[in-house]
Ligand binder design. Structure first.
Ligand code: AMP
Length: 321
């Protein structure tokens, strides 16, 4: 299957080609025709499967086909659990939409709201948002979603885990009924099913082989060690230069800080990622990790979920997952 057989807009095909994609991933092959045909969709897929392009490419194709006169108002709303994920989705959408005259904006907490309010008022075509800040701005009547055509709930299971259901309900209640709703989740739980009944109409389901097993390219090791020796063991392991881009998961925020401090004191450049850190600190941590400026990123699972970073050499589960 090639991208050109999927019925996408030529300008989007061009952008996809320039991004270096040669063929669609399985979720793209399955989801794109369903979305183009106007169906609501449940996509059971994890980050890394290409799900962002799976929902973005057909939506952009449909937006591009609308006559200029209709191009007023926010037509796409993507809701995602974390600021990092919102920014990652934005980055992707900008790549795919680069030959189209569409505007894109993000809405999330921890940063100034004025630019976001301006973007909402300017009827930005595509808005990507975290539930909390979006609901806040909607309650204060800064957002006009009366022209909305597409709603995407990304990482829906994670949003439920994080307690966003009441906000999401409130947001969705004020959106036009006549819309296409796409929902993505890593797994299909009872809660997700009831959410689809609430928000979707006869959705099609696309499921991409949930990996019960880790990828075959991953080797797993377990070290049994008393708790007080964990810091020393981590330092010992990090003597191996092959551990050059290491993601350490810790369960608690303060434990993450402690691990990072310990590594820094031993001369290992380390950044931390968790929800007690400011938005700028979090963005800098990710940037430094991606660029190689720091060798280790210590993160809480919840903060790092859905983050797509190339070239990670090792993942350490500091606490038993
Ligand atoms: P996602 O699951 O949406 O987070 O995507 C994971 C990564 O795969 C992103 O870095 C995308 O740029 C990349 N990607 C998405 N679709 C394709 C494709 N068809 N071919 C190659 N890479 C892709």
């Amino acid at each position: 299957m090639s991208f050109s057989a999927l019925g996408l807009d030529p300008k989007i095909l061009q952008a996809v080609q320039e991004a270096g994609y040669t063929e669609p991933t399985p979720i793209q092959t399955q989801a794109i025709p369903q979305i183009l045909a106007g169906h609501d969709l449940i996509g059971i897929a994890q980050t890394g499967t290409g799900k962002t392009a799976a929902f973005t490419l057909p939506m952009l194709t449909k937006l591009a086909a609308q006559p200029a006169g209709q191009r007023r108002g926010t037509r796409v709303l993507v809701i995602a659990p974390t600021r990092e994920l919102v920014l990652q989705i934005e980055e992707n959408i900008r790549v795919y939409a680069k030959h189209l005259p569409l505007t894109v904006a993000t809405v999330f907490g921890g940063v100034g709201e004025q630019p976001q309010i301006r973007a909402l008022r300017a009827a930005t075509d595509v808005v990507i948002a975290c539930p909390g800040r979006l609901m806040d701005l909607m309650q204060r009547r800064y957002a006009d979603f009366s022209q909305l055509q597409y709603l995407v709930l990304d990482e829906a299971d994670r949003m439920l885990d994080m307690g966003f259901l009441p906000s999401i309900r409130q947001i969705v209640r004020s959106l036009p009924q006549k819309r296409q709703t796409l929902m993505f989740s890593a797994s299909l739980s009872k809660e997700i099913e009831s959410l689809t009944h609430e928000f979707q109409r006869s959705p099609k389901i696309v499921q991409i082989g949930r990996r019960a097993n880790p990828a075959e390219t991953v080797t797993q090791l377990i070290y049994e060690v008393p708790k007080h020796l964990k810091p020393a063991l981590l330092l010992h392991l990090l003597r191996d230069p092959a551990m050059n881009m290491v993601l350490v998961f810790s369960r608690m925020k303060h434990a993450a800080d402690r691990v990072a401090r310990n590594l820094e004191q031993s001369g290992i450049k380390t950044a931390t990622l968790h929800s007690n850190r400011s938005q700028n600190q979090r963005l800098k941590a990710l940037k430094d990790f991606k660029s190689g400026a720091v060798r280790v990123l210590v993160a809480t699972d919840i903060a790092a979920r859905g983050i797509d970073v190339d070239g990670i050499s090792h993942v350490v589960n500091y606490d038993f997952p």
